[in-house]
Design a protein around this ligand. Structure first.
Ligand code: MG
Length: 480
């Protein structure tokens, strides 16, 4: 009955731009239970500032990622997976709530002065899965508000250990020395150390993750592992220091890869392989001004902080033996906003949020179906409140917008400089031209018109400060 109502509502929902009610991700009972007859465990690993070209299977050179390569060989790898906004807080807001960041008032990167954070009325993945009896934990970087009201323990997570924001927000920042206070390390809601030894972060997060899996063998769990690395300042433990040709950046990635290996080995040891979906992705592209301390885009244009492919396209690997076929590579686009509805459906989450979200179930794509088609007619790329680009099918239209362009490269932890350039309206065929080099707008006026009308829908819904449009369906963040 409920399903029928939803099916009838679908055409209606489709006319509301970029706006879907979570009900449309209602469970198909029986579709997602594991061999053990219970909803799957979820492990979601989120690297920080790791670029599209930074893993072996995506072309990395100068170091090795054997565990992630194996994960890809045993699962599915996406080649057009996007973050919703190429910066830390906004990206995490989208991942955890299924919403474009500006829909829920979290843009850019929060810091120690931010008196706002994720609103208590938004539903996170952890809160959604909890309704199905999941144990939940986050070990790593939160970045959705550092005041107690906004911490993970108030937003669906049973356990939290990690940094409240970025690891460069500390007194040793290379440019703004002594601007930031001492960096807190938090357990639960308590600060347990200031300026912790960052060379131990990856190891400690991993040890906590392994212990969490071991302690929750008997019930479904959601483990969220947002690494602080490879965001600058780069730190690595003794086990990995000096191992790679690529230098410290390569060492750091090899340690993250080791961490993935530890997780996979633990799942196997506990007999949980076939009951666990493991996802690995990144929050945004490389922070290019950091030069040898930044990742690579595999040739995609620009990097972190932009709506060009180098900023928003990231690696994505999903592994679930028995449910996801081995060795698939899928190029259909999907976005972080799709993760919540996909996981909610897999877990049979029946409840719905009264608040509309933007993401849609992407299971056909994530599970390696090469013929899968995204249910989105468009993906929108905002920078703060500015609508910079729209992707529909293979086409991406950049609207006129300012953007960061690398002007000079720094090294060894000191950044170079960005300059601001102005992009003109340009249409790219991402299948032929993923590096956004050849503007084909002049020869494709009908495609430009179509993408402009999609952009107009987004503006009417979420606003666009570049064309002075106010949002009509944006919600404020939580405030102190
Ligand atoms: Mg980041």
């Amino acid at each position: 009955m409920r399903r029928e109502i939803i099916m009838r509502l679908r055409p209606l929902l489709a006319v509301i731009p970029a706006l879907t009610i979570w009900l449309s991700a209602a469970p198909m009972i029986g579709e997602a239970t594991t061999d053990a007859g219970r909803p799957p465990n979820i492990v979601l690993i989120y690297a920080d500032d790791l670029g599209y070209g930074d893993l072996g299977t995506y072309g990395a050179r100068g170091y090795r990622t054997p565990h992630l390569d194996r994960m890809a060989a045993e699962g599915t790898r996406l080649t057009s997976f996007y973050v919703a906004q190429a910066v830390c807080s906004a990206s995490r807001a989208a991942l955890l709530t299924g919403c474009y960041p500006n829909r829920i008032g979290i843009n850019g990167a929060l810091d120690h002065r931010s008196n706002y954070g994720i609103d208590s009325g938004e539903t996170t993945i952890a809160e959604a899965l909890r309704t199905r009896g999941y144990a939940t934990a986050i070990f790593g970087k939160w970045h959705l508000g550092h005041h107690p009201a906004f911490l993970p323990t108030r937003h669906g997570f049973d356990e939290y250990y990690g940094l409240p924001y970025s690891n460069d927000m500390w007194p040793n920042h290379p440019v703004t020395k002594n601007y930031y206070p001492e960096l807190p390390l938090i357990e639960g809601e308590k600060v347990i150390a200031l300026n912790p030894d960052q060379s131990q972060l990856t190891t400690t997060y991993t040890e906590r993750a392994v212990s969490f899996i071991e302690r929750h063998r008997e019930r479904p769990f959601f483990l969220y592992l947002p690494h602080s690395m490879p965001h600058v300042p780069l730190f690595v433990s003794d086990k990995f220091r000096g191992r790679t040709e690529r230098g410290l950046y390569g060492d750091v990635i090899e340690e993250i890869d080791w961490s993935v290996g530890q997780i996979l080995a633990t799942l196997q040891r506990q007999g949980l392989d076939r009951q666990t979906l493991v996802i690995f992705t990144s929050d945004n592209g490389p922070w290019l001004p950091y030069g040898n301390h930044a990742g690579t885009t595999a040739g995609l244009r620009e990097g972190k902080g932009t709506a060009w492919e180098g900023g928003v396209r990231v690696p994505f690997i999903a592994r679930w033996p028995g449910r996801i076929p081995a060795g698939r590579v899928v190029r259909e686009p999907a976005m972080t906003i799709d993760i919540l509805p996909t996981l909610a459906k897999l877990a049979g989450v029946a409840s719905s949020s009264a608040r509309p979200i933007d993401g849609l179930d992407a299971w056909p794509t994530i599970s390696g179906n090469r013929r899968a088609k995204t249910a989105h007619d468009a993906f929108y790329f905002y920078w703060l409140g500015e609508l910079h680009a729209v992707r529909s099918g293979k086409w991406k239209l950049h609207l006129p917008h300012p953007y960061r362009h690398l002007a000079s490269t720094g090294s060894d932890g000191r950044p170079g400089k960005d300059e601001t350039l102005q992009a003109e309206m340009a249409l790219y065929d991402l299948e032929q031209d993923p590096v956004e080099h050849v503007n084909v707008a002049a020869g494709r006026p009908e495609v430009v018109r179509q993408l402009l009308s999609l952009a107009e829908r987004a503006r009417a819904d979420l606003g666009d400060s570049l064309t002075r449009r106010q949002p009509t369906n944006a919600r404020p963040p939580g405030r102190l």
